[in-house]
Write a protein that binds this ligand. Structure first.
Ligand code: NAG
Ligand code: NAG
Ligand code: NAG
Ligand code: NAG
Ligand code: NAG
Ligand code: NAG
Length: 929
């Protein structure tokens, strides 16, 4: 009954007078009136309770008697608002601006119909945190000029994000404090944002660039204000009409593409820390009426602005004092230089005016009005070297060491005819280095990119290849035992490490070393670079170092991680000289751990100099370095690339090898067309496979200790002049415990060549090398790379595919490299090699033969196909597969015995080549001085 009565009374109510005020709304309106000090200004009838029915002034209602608008702007009203104000829940418009309201703003929470709220120019001194909650219809909100939360300041809360229709947001001089909130950039309809005279800091958030603002008004923040660059990203640029950014701490230049702001009429950038050249084609911004640039650090010419009625540009570092005048050529060139290094503020304030010589320009020295010196070392300069400094044609000295310069040295600098010194030490300059006249001293030490390959290898998670405990083990491989604890430890780390290693391994881009030894017409000129100590004298004597007799040739294992140094140590300076300071034009190749350079000794002997990238001298990289020295000083074989020396000074880690003129095998197999090479004949391929087999056999069984190469692949096989092969890159070599047992390691190697059991378990035996060798044989037969993503799925992985087709004679025949000229006899030997390849790549490591077997299979084939090439290099008196020490001993010991060199090289260790006369004679290093 009660319910029925209530419904009925409402019905009657709206039926009797449908503009009668909803009683609850009247209660709030009445409270509102009671809170005012001067309510009479509203002219509301004192004893009337029906604002809607009686059309009270300043109040608008809807047909249901709900109050929707209160419009009392600029009436001089004083007082405060009731706390329950948000119960006027049908409000759409509020015009309270320009009155004398005081006290706290009540919450507006839930005023979901409110579209326009003008609260500006009052004395509200508090805003509750939930004020903005649920204002889902809000289009305009103006809170300017209220001392809100004066003591603490405040910030717009992210609940404002519910106001997706918000077009104008204005809160100037309302005590906002802190960072410009990111979320404002997500207000989809925002077109005018006015937040000047607050205490905002930080940069304009990235998110703002998504806004289509017409007005961006952020001027005159208290304190330093807003910082960072002015960037203009579309779509904001295309919408912007007014941008007031003055009175902040913006830095950097005006972006060139400001001219894309077609509608911009009022741009105020004054009183910031802006710098750089004002884009000259702002001249063409026909809508720009107001441009204020004063009180910044702008440089260069003042553009003339024929379309602007208000244009101010005083108090800057412009080169001229009037618009439209150009800067002098020297100033232009220097400003281009500044542009390259992003206009550092201390230079923008110092490089004022149009004459770098008359006033006191920091770092500039002149002679007769011409700039001769740019001296800005250790100045935090960050950026590129501008090519336009070459227009300063009297320059003698450029000192820019100890900055953060990157990019390359502009080629145009080589045209500076008076240049004496270009000091770029300690920067980040990249190769190539242009060729300067010899009169120029170019200092480019300590620029990491000069020594870095562009792509980083997975070196950082490379394993520790050289286990010192192995070094202490007895010489005989069979008596080497593994330590159970240490292997247990390795096994536990294996599961964690393997996935990243697998990923890493596919990235491995292995160093290609080129080796050769050069046959000299005159053997008396042979000399070898070896020097035991540092010297920076360019006219250095290079002599054979004193050695401890036989210490490393005996193959005995020292306890030291390093080899017995001294024998092979070469000073970095000498290597600098012979590679012309690691000149880019001498670069032979790049790999995971550094760059390989060609070096040429005074007598024409070529060397390959592998320099580690100084920035990746990690433990793993050092381990590889030591491993390589360690292994190569213990193993010497004609089919293993020889190490001639190394350097380890400061951050430099350099290895010196013989130079192999024909480069890596893969080039001849897969890239011969691109490299303009002849495809390899079957004879040559047979010889190469036997060479590899012998080298690996030696590593496995015949060296003083058993080694596993772990990274056998065609890019690690290097060819000499005579197409004989040597195995290179011993950075991953591991001591094999013995023939049977495996050793657990972290995975290393290259996909396509990895033995399955090694890839899966991480346990390695010499049989993993046998597998890789088998893959190389397949490559030799088919001319296909071990792994090629461009091949169809089934033949992508050569080893898998080949094992499927090898037993079918037709398929096998079809798989043979089409560049091979197949005769009956060669087909026979190809089949033998294919079969050997199949055995070597057997899934079960026990089913794979050892390398001795491979040698036995291959040598009769080679005999049958004996090539014309018969090595006669020994008679030239240099045999680089020997240790140098042996050579010296040989030379010291005896006369040349031409017969003493056997044609079999595996036992050439003790041979005594001729001693060139005058060997110990000094020769000058070849740095061209
Ligand atoms: C202006 O240039 C900057 C960088 O140079 C670029 O990111 C931005 O998109 C450009 N703005 C416009 C409107 O093209
Ligand atoms: C001004 O120059 C910039 C870059 O040089 C260019 O993107 C822009 O279109 C030019 N604007 C006008 C109006 O010429
Ligand atoms: C202004 O625009 C005109 C034509 O659009 C062009 O020829 C002139 O070089 C421009 N001026 C500048 C300073 O970019
Ligand atoms: C231009 O400057 C004058 C005086 O400096 C000022 O009175 C006028 O309002 C300004 N015009 C604009 C569009 O700002
Ligand atoms: C370079 O930067 C460092 C740290 O940012 C600063 O301490 C130093 O004063 C700066 N030097 C110059 C010359 O600006
Ligand atoms: C080259 O610059 C570096 C770094 O600023 C400085 O230490 C060195 O003395 C300079 N060398 C010469 C010859 O000016």
């Amino acid at each position: 009954m009660v319910v029925v009565g209530f419904v009925l009374s409402i019905y009657l109510f709206s039926w009797v007078a449908h503009s009668i005020t909803y009683p609850d709304d009247f209660v709030i309106v009445d409270d509102f009136r009671k809170g005012l000090l001067n309510p009479e200004l509203l002219e509301w009838p004192a004893d009337n309770t029906d604002p809607c029915g009686f059309n009270w002034p300043h109040i608008v209602c809807d047909s249901a008697g709900r109050v929707t608008q209160i419009q009392i702007q600029n009436l001089g009203i004083e007082g405060s608002l009731p706390t329950n104000f948000n119960q006027l829940s049908m409000l759409t418009h509020l015009g309270f601006q320009k009155n004398g309201f005081t006290g706290a703003l009540p919450t507006f929470k839930g005023l979901s119909k409110l579209q326009f709220a003008y609260l500006n120019y009052n004395q509200f001194d508090m805003i509750p945190h939930d004020f903005f909650d649920g204002l889902t219809s809000l289009q305009v909100l103006s809170l300017d000029n209220n001392p809100l939360n004066k003591s603490t300041g405040w910030m717009l809360p992210s609940s404002l994000l519910n106001s997706a229709l918000l077009v104008n947001l204005s809160c100037s001089e309302c005590n906002l404090r802190g960072l410009l909130p990111d979320f404002l950039g997500s207000l989809p309809s925002l077109s005018s944002l006015r937040l000047s005279y607050n205490a905002l800091v930080g940069v304009i958030p990235e998110s703002f660039h998504g806004l289509t603002l017409k007005e961006l008004v952020l001027n005159n923040q208290e304190g330093n204000g807003i910082t960072g660059p002015i960037t203009l990203l579309p779509p904001m640029a295309s919408s912007l009409i007014i941008a007031w950014l003055h009175g902040n701490s913006f830095t950097g230049p005006i972006p060139d593409n400001i001219t894309l702001c077609d509608f911009l009429t009022d741009l105020r950038l004054n009183n910031n820390k802006l710098t750089g050249i004002v884009p000259p084609n702002m001249t063409n911004m026909t809508n720009l009426r107001v441009l204020k640039l004063q009180n910044n650090n702008f440089l260069g010419a003042i553009p003339s602005m024929p379309f602007a009625s208000n244009y101010t540009y005083e108090y800057n570092s412009f080169c001229q004092s009037k618009p439209g005048l150009q800067c002098s050529p020297q100033v232009k060139a220097l400003l281009d230089f500044l542009n390259g290094v992003d206009y550092p503020a201390y230079l923008a304030t110092s490089w004022k005016g149009n004459d770098p010589c008359s006033t006191n320009w920091l770092g500039i020295t002149c002679l007769s009005g011409k700039v001769t010196v740019i001296n800005l070392p250790n100045r935090n300069l960050t950026g590129n070297i501008s090519p336009s400094i070459s227009q300063l044609d009297s320059l003698r000295t450029i000192v820019l060491g100890g900055n953060h310069l990157y990019g390359t040295i502009p080629k145009s600098l080589t045209a500076l005819k008076y240049l004496e010194l270009l000091n770029l030490t300690r920067n980040n300059i990249s190769p190539p280095i242009p060729v300067f006249a010899t009169s120029v001293t170019l200092l480019i030490d300590q620029n990491p990119p000069m020594t870095s390959p562009p792509s980083l290898s997975p070196g950082s998670d490379s394993p520790s290849y050289w286990d010192p405990s192995m070094d202490k083990s007895p010489q005989s491989p069979s008596s080497t035992t593994k330590s159970p604890q240490s292997h247990g430890k390795k096994n536990t780390s294996l599961t964690i490490v393997m996935p990243s290693c697998i990923a890493g391994a596919s990235l491995i881009f292995f160093l290609i070393l080129f080796f050769m030894h050069r046959r000299k017409k005159n053997k008396k000129h042979l000399s070898t670079v070896l020097h035991p100590r540092e010297s920076y004298d360019p006219n250095i004597k290079i002599t054979i170092a004193e050695t401890d007799d036989g210490d490393f040739q005996s193959g005995s294992l020292s306890n030291s991680h390093m080899i017995n140094s001294g024998n092979l140590v070469i000073s970095v300076q000498i290597l600098r000289n012979i590679t012309r300071n690691f000149a880019p034009e001498n670069e032979l190749g790049r790999g995971g751990f550094g760059v390989v350079y060609k070096g040429e000794l005074h007598d024409g002997t070529m060397l390959a100099v592998k320099r580690m990238q100084s920035s990746i001298v990690t433990n793993a990289a050092l381990n590889e370095f030591h491993s390589e020295i360690s292994v190569l000083s213990k193993v010497r074989h004609r089919n293993l690339a020889s190490l001639l020396g190394y350097s380890a000074e400061g951050n430099e880690r350099i290895l010196v090898y013989e130079y192999m003129s024909r480069g890596a095998l893969n080039r001849h197999l897969f890239h011969w067309k691109k490299s303009n090479l002849e495809p390899l004949s079957w004879t040559k391929r047979l010889n190469i496979s036997l060479d590899i087999a012998r080298g690996v056999e030696y590593l496995h069984n015949l060296a003083s200790q058993s080694f596993i190469h772990r990274d056998l692949k065609s890019s690690n096989i290097l060819l000499g002049d005579d197409f004989r092969a040597k195995i290179a890159d011993f950075g991953l070599v591991k001591c094999a415990p013995d023939g049977q047992n495996s050793v657990a390691t972290r995975l290393a190697g290259t996909f396509g060549y990895l033995a399955p059991e090694y890839a899966i378990t991480g346990k390695i035996t010499t049989k993993a090398d046998v597998f890789s060798f088998g893959v190389v044989l397949m490559e030799l037969v088919t001319g296909l790379a071990a792994l090629d993503e461009n091949r169809p799925e089934e033949s992508r992985h050569l080893a898998t595919w080949f094992s499927q087709i090898k037993s079918d004679p037709e398929k096998l025949k079809a798989s043979i490299d089409p560049t091979l000229n197949i005769s009956e006899t060669s087909l026979e030997s190809i089949s033998v090699v294919a079969e050997l390849a199949g055995h070597c790549t057997a899934r079960d490591p026990h089913q794979r033969p050892d390398m001795g077997h491979a040698v036995n299979v291959l040598s009769p084939l080679v005999e049958k196909w004996k090539p014309t090439s018969k090595d006669d290099d020994e008679c030239t008196g240099i045999d680089l597969q020997q240790s140098l020490l042996q050579m010296v001993k040989g030379w010291q010991a005896a006369d040349c015995s031409l017969n003493s060199m056997s044609t079999s090289h595996d036992d050439s260790k003790g041979s005594t080549p001729s001693r060139p006369n005058g060997f110990a004679e000094s020769f000058k290093s070849t740095d061209g001085r």
